[in-house]
Design a protein around this ligand. Structure first.
Ligand code: GCO
Length: 433
């Protein structure tokens, strides 16, 4: 019993779960460095509409809500860029849809390439720096049919594609994210069955996660050979895992295991070239920055739900978001400290909230930005903040019911309307505080 108590005490002290008294915090008093980059983020499949890729196939196969026309961004991109400009951001994180560029293996769709080039030029003309993500969950069906990232030999096909896009745009675009959230892609797709290809195997998940890190590092070295000055990194989702009952060792053990699978493995892969006991030498140091996507923490027990469709447990005083996880701005500190281990500049490549009536987002924004400024003032090298997302869009397995936008989208009319939170963000950007 004594040993048990000792272990629990050590764990509790070593891994505290902090909460702030927000009532007492004056959130508007902090300023940001002059060169701090404010941004918004989106991903191709979530906004463009009419994509034919692994995701659209999965939507059909599983009877999910279809992405269909999404925000019709492929047709309305110019007016959407007006919206981005209207926010006053310095940068826009977007992804390029591989399935548009290479609808069939060996085929190169010049029209799509031209449109993306035009879009990039247009952003630059508006003084908005693009950050390009090369793989944000979606890829062509032919690639999936070959086994996708489950087969290590397929990685080269993706790297070839990345090289061509990079050759085309690297003179104009300095910041590149190779892959978005390798851990979410593999866990949701190969364990939780909620993303394509809908498999349920821990072994497959680990294999794909390693392959994604290998894919990232292969792209990194190929692209750096073309232009050593480019800034290339990846976006890592950090979800914190805290034991539901802090006196229960089983809950601690679950939290520790999940933390390794979700966060530790990728960080160790990038830092030491080792993950899950295997070596991926090329991964070591293969990044000029680390992108951090931060949303929440999960309270764990051995009975953690295996779907995102139900609410996760929460502390009494915590506020639930529409996604069924809580708003936990305090956690940004631990998330930043975790990725700080990589010793490179940090870009907050995503942070936001599902909140259909925009009642929570203004507070969410304020708290996270306050936390961010505090971390910067404490010396963390955080260069940017990209809010997820520009406008409401297709939230993967959850479809359109979850609204993450600073702009509201009426999907019937495709009308976009600035929300209160969007106006708040505009002000924050303008005053840089
Ligand atoms: C992810 C993605 C985004 C999501 C966002 C909100 O984390 O799943 O990068 O595509 O839409 O995070 O859940």
């Amino acid at each position: 019993m004594l040993v048990y108590l000792l272990v629990i005490t050590i764990l509790s002290l070593r891994f505290p779960e902090n909460y702030l008294n927000w009532e007492e915090i004056e959130c508007s008093n902090q300023s940001f460095p002059d060169n701090f980059t404010w941004g918004v983020a989106t991903a191709s499949h979530q906004i463009e509409g009419d994509n034919t890729n692994n995701w659209s196939a999965f939507e059909n196969q599983k009877g999910l809500e279809k992405s269909a026309k999404a925000c019709e961004h492929w047709l309305r991109w110019k007016e959407d860029f007006d919206l981005i400009e209207n926010l006053g951001v310095d940068s826009y994180r977007l992804s390029i849809e591989w399935s548009r560029i290479q609808p069939k293996q060996g085929e190169w769709n010049q029209d799509a390439v031209d449109q993306y080039s035009e879009m990039i030029d247009d952003l630059i003309n508006r003084n908005i720096k693009p950050m390009i993500t090369l793989h944000h969950f979606s890829h062509p069906i032919w690639f999936e049919d070959l086994g996708g990232f489950y087969q290590r030999e397929n990685v080269q096909l993706w790297v070839d594609y990345c090289q061509r896009i990079f050759e085309l745009l690297n003179a104009k675009v300095t910041d590149w994210c190779t892959v978005n959230e390798p851990e979410v892609f593999s866990i949701m797709g190969y364990h939780m069955k909620m993303f394509p290809p809908g498999k349920g195997s821990v072994f497959k998940t680990i294999r794909v996660m390693k392959n994604m890190i290998y894919a990232h590092s292969s792209a990194y070295s190929a692209l750096k050979k073309i232009n050593p000055d480019a800034r290339i990194g990846l976006a890592k989702n950090v979800t914190l895992f805290d034991p539901l009952r802090r006196w229960n060792l089983l809950h601690w053990i679950t939290a520790i295991i999940l933390n390794y699978i979700w966060n530790g493995a990728v960080i160790s892969g990038l830092k030491n070239g080792r993950m899950f006991g295997s070596k991926i030498d090329s991964a070591k140091g293969s990044f000029d920055f680390i992108g951090l996507n931060y949303y929440t923490h999960a309270l764990t027990s051995p009975f953690l739900p295996q779907t995102t469709e139900i609410d996760l447990p929460k502390r009494k005083h915590e506020v639930m978001t529409d996604f069924g996880y809580t708003m936990y701005a305090e956690g940004l500190e631990r998330a930043v400290k975790m990725v700080s281990k990589l010793n490179v500049p940090i870009e907050i490549t995503e942070n936001g909230v599902a909140d259909s009536d925009d009642s929570l987002r203004p507070i969410h924004l304020k708290r996270h930005i306050w936390q961010l400024s505090k971390l910067i003032s404490e010396g963390h090298d955080i260069r940017s903040y990209y809010h997820w997302s520009l406008m409401d869009n297709f939230e993967w397995a959850e479809g359109y019911k979850l609204r993450f936008g600073l702009y509201h989208v009426d999907y019937k009319t495709q009308k976009r309307t600035l929300k209160q939170s969007g106006a708040d963000y505009q002000k924050i950007i303008k005053s840089n505080r």
